[in-house]
Design a binder for this molecule. Structure first.
Ligand SMILES: Cc1ncc(C[n+]2csc(CCOP(=O)(O)OP(=O)(O)O)c2C)c(N)n1
Ligand SMILES: [Mg+2]
Length: 365
């Protein structure tokens, strides 16, 4: 008779339902009212900013941009729970986390406007730049976590990716070393149900993405990624574990991509109105607002003030971006190597002389 050698289950957690009503008692840390207000304010600011970036792209002042609409809670949870000396290895939909880590909005605008200076973060220089190649950041994160382990530093590498990215070899290989080397790594998967036009159900036959952790011998948990409390609690638990030398955790945060994949996409071609409507009913901002209002932690006048404050912050960032003189053409050589190889040094000189003295002023954001 066959025996059972191993049994596993994937926990799912959420504290708050779609209406912002509690389904279970909140964790201890949630008594920190300032933290809750900061989370809400950041989500609103980022949503308004995100909308502005899309408008800039539509008017020819911005490159292709991936909206984060509807997925704000995940980044806020990551940004709030990480320690300053941890390292964030983000993918391209992590704006709230980056903002809370210290990435300035003007840096974000420069980056998506095609200016590499946008990745030279003034306030968090050890964080990695946005990763657009799918899943390659997983390997970078495993490398960072390995360095922390070798040096005996109590720091964690926090890496994020989408549901589609979990089908790549890089993802599984990184998970494997994270398990076997017990790396201080936190992997947050933003399962927004789509990888461009590929829906989650045809991405993998696995019932959850979190269970991919089991094959690597690490903990895998699934949470409602639109519930600020659930995702924060999961990331906090994973970080505490990583800092205590107890290894990696994979968190699958269930969300929904309310926008197009990027400004180069038109989701109406492959997504039904009903699907989108159901997504809007679950979105994270109204949920947290309902909760805060029910606890008298938020008011209509604070909301108005926040909207005004956000508009000013965004206007300043946009005008700083539009007023940044473009980099000269030869700068394309500048951000790849610590020590530039000789042939590139020569090419750089050639490009500079071809561009001429007026070359630096051509083009604009
Ligand atoms: C290595 C690689 N292959 C393909 C692409 C093109 N591409 C860009 S985004 C994307 C889908 C990613 O989906 P997912 O991982 O779910 O992240 P999401 O965009 O939904 O947040 C693909 C295939 C890429 N950027 N890099
Ligand atoms: Mg996705």
């Amino acid at each position: 008779m066959m025996q059972k050698t191993f049994d596993f289950f994937i926990p799912y957690n959420r504290f708050m339902n779609e209406q912002g009503k509690l389904e279970q008692a909140l964790p201890e840390w949630s008594r920190d009212q300032e933290r809750l207000i900061e989370a809400y304010e950041t989500m609103v600011l980022i949503r308004n900013f995100d909308q502005k970036v899309v408008a800039l792209q539509r008017t020819g002042k911005m490159g292709t941009y991936p909206s984060i609409l509807g997925q704000e809670a995940i980044g806020v949870a990551v940004g709030q729970t990480m320690r300053k000396d941890d390292v964030l290895i983000p993918y391209y939909r992590d704006l709230p986390a980056q903002y809370l880590r210290g990435v300035r909005l003007v840096e974000t605008l420069l980056y998506w406007g095609g200016d590499e200076r946008g990745s030279q973060y003034q306030h968090c220089p050890e964080d990695f730049p946005n990763c657009v190649p799918i899943s390659t950041q997983m390997c970078h994160a495993a490398g960072v976590a390995t360095a922390f382990k070798i040096r005996g530093e109590k720091r964690a590498a926090v890496v994020t990716c989408g549901d589609g990215a979990t089908s790549k070899g890089d993802f599984l290989e990184s998970l494997n070393v994270a398990g076997v080397w017990q790396l201080p790594m936190v992997i947050v998967v933003n399962n927004n149900q789509w990888a461009i036009s590929t829906p989650r159900k045809v991405q993998s036959a696995g019932q959850t993405i979190a269970q991919k952790a089991i094959g690597a011998g690490i903990e895998g948990i699934q949470v409602d990624g639109n519930d600020y409390f659930a995702i924060s609690d999961a990331v906090q638990h994973a970080l505490e574990k990583a800092h205590a030398g107890k290894g990696a955790t994979l968190i699958e945060a269930i969300s929904y991509r309310l926008g197009d994949h990027t400004t180069a996409d038109d989701a109406t071609r492959y997504r039904s109105k009903e699907d989108l409507k159901a997504g809007w009913e679950k979105e994270p901002i109204q949920r947290l607002r309902h909760y805060l209002l029910s606890q008298n932690l938020w008011s209509e006048s604070q909301e108005k003030e926040l909207q005004n404050k956000s508009t000013k912050i965004i206007e300043t960032a946009v005008s700083d971006y539009l007023n940044t003189p473009p980099e000269p053409p030869e700068s394309m050589f500048d951000h790849l190597f610590a020590d530039m190889p000789a042939p590139l040094i020569e090419q750089r000189i050639d490009v500079k002389s071809l561009a001429g003295p007026g070359g630096t002023q051509q083009g604009s954001h």
